[in-house]
Design a protein around this ligand. Structure first.
Ligand SMILES: Nc1ncnc2c1ncn2[C@@H]1O[C@H](COP(=O)(O)OP(=O)(O)OP(=O)(O)O)[C@@H](O)[C@H]1O
Ligand SMILES: [Mg+2]
Length: 402
């Protein structure tokens, strides 16, 4: 006997629930935890119990159901949702999949199709088959400006695309103030605002032709809207929907942010699998790290969601990554060396660092980080740059250890 997969059934018809239960008996290791007649009642139960498999009929209360499905897919990691409906409208199918559901089956249910769908979800949950739509959303954040967020987001996205050859989306959430197009010397025809205004017609072909493909690589860029009014009217919900849609098409989504905790940034952080919290080895930066950690804690983020990155590190720096670890009680995930000349040359030329200085310490560093964050890839080399302990600066007393 294998691991049991907790399952919730939501259907307003009792006979239908009974039929589903009956069919489920033919799939091994499915454990029906609870049945509901209304998704509104079921949603908290699913979130609290992190239920991995949900079978839900959306024939009635369709819009509310789709909203809740969307909420469930962003609240319960790796949840798999099978949607059932008497309606067989292609628009509904698209909306359902866009909300994050994985399967759409029409009623009356065909036993074999249903069992096959459940079996597929079960294999995905147990990791028996490769989940092609498994996407990692990584947001680069710092509550301080000019710290290197865009430099990291751009070069990381480029290197993940280079290493994995999988589709990577690079999104500029610096509404109206974005730098990504400058860093990559792009003049895209479309931007976030355009994509968001067309959310109802988004499919893979549309997205791949709307995002700007970088130089025939698998990197696709979505720029910020140049117009402030367009930027202003984008809502956090729309950002959330956008990220969910991108999840279905790209293997990685890298998001560059502003330095403020505004609602759009928080939405991006909420919807991310990983947050790269970036700073430098200075006292103000450490204070900022602390503030961010406090806020992330309030937002309910788990520790493994946040990866601490030290940028612009120099051997001669008095404060070392180890010192930061001691003060914060958090691990430094990665250290990027200071190389002002190379990075500025790259920005001026509008090319990623790997193209202008492939052998530089900076290029190697971005490659290493990309390999670390990409699935199934490794790199040779040390995660942290070597630390010269002789320069240790004793500042521990300045902070209250957590
Ligand atoms: N590792 C590094 N070595 C040297 N210089 C760096 C490094 N990373 C970033 N910089 C420099 O810091 C400056 C700011 O970088 P960047 O624009 O990436 O920061 P940012 O956090 O995105 O800024 P903003 O808050 O304005 O969006 C750039 O001029 C860049 O050259
Ligand atoms: Mg920036």
């Amino acid at each position: 006997m294998g691991i049991k997969i907790d399952t919730v059934i939501i259907d307003s018809e009792e006979t239908s629930r009974e039929l589903i239960l009956n069919y489920l008996q033919d799939v091994e290791d499915i454990n029906v935890l609870q049945q509901f007649s209304d998704i509104l009642v079921a949603q908290d139960f699913i979130i609290e119990n992190k239920v991995p498999l949900v079978i839900v009929d959306v024939t009635t209360k369709t819009n509310i159901s789709l909203d809740i499905i969307s909420k469930l897919t962003s609240s319960v990691k790796n949840i798999k949702i099978i949607v059932l409906s008497y309606e067989m409208d292609s628009n509904l199918v698209i909306r359902t999949l866009r909300a994050g559901a994985r399967e759409f089956l029409t009623k009356p249910l065909i036993q074999n199709d249903f069992i096959e769908a459940v079996q597929k979800m079960k294999d995905l949950i147990l990791g028996n088959i490769n989940d092609m739509t498994k996407c990692k959303v990584v947001t680069v954040f710092s509550n301080k400006g000019g710290i290197g967020k865009t430099s990291l987001a751009v070069n990381l996205a480029m290197e993940i695309a280079n290493i994995t050859k999988e589709k990577v989306a690079l999104i500029d959430l610096n509404m109206q103030m974005g730098d990504i197009t400058t860093f990559l010397n792009l003049d895209p025809s479309f931007d976030t605002s355009y994509v968001i205004n067309n959310l109802d017609r988004i499919d893979e072909t549309f997205l791949l032709s709307t995002l700007e493909q970088y130089n025939k690589t698998s990197l696709y860029v979505l720029a910020d809207p140049p117009d402030i009014e367009q930027a202003e009217i984008i809502t956090p919900e729309e950002i959330s929907t956008l990220i969910n849609i991108l999840r279905n098409i790209f293997s990685y989504v890298i998001i560059d942010t502003t330095s403020s905790f505004d609602s759009k940034t928080i939405t991006a952080l909420d919807n991310s699998d990983l947050i790269l919290l970036i700073g430098i080895t200075s006292l103000p930066s450490i204070r900022n790290f602390q503030r961010c950690y406090d806020l992330f804690k309030k937002l309910g983020y788990t520790k493994d969601k946040i990866k601490l990155i030290i940028n612009r590190f120099m051997e001669a720096d008095k404060i070392k990554p180890d010192d930061i670890e001691n003060v914060l009680g958090e691990k430094v995930f990665f250290t990027i060396p200071n190389n002002y000349y190379t990075l500025n040359d790259s920005i001026e030329k509008g090319l990623p660092v790997s193209e202008i200085a492939p052998d530089s310490n900076l290029s190697k560093s971005f490659k290493q980080l990309a390999a670390l964050l990409s699935d199934n890839y490794s790199y040779n080399g040390s995660k942290h740059v070597q630390i010269n302990r002789e320069n240790k600066f004793n500042f521990l007393g300045l902070f209250n250890k957590k």
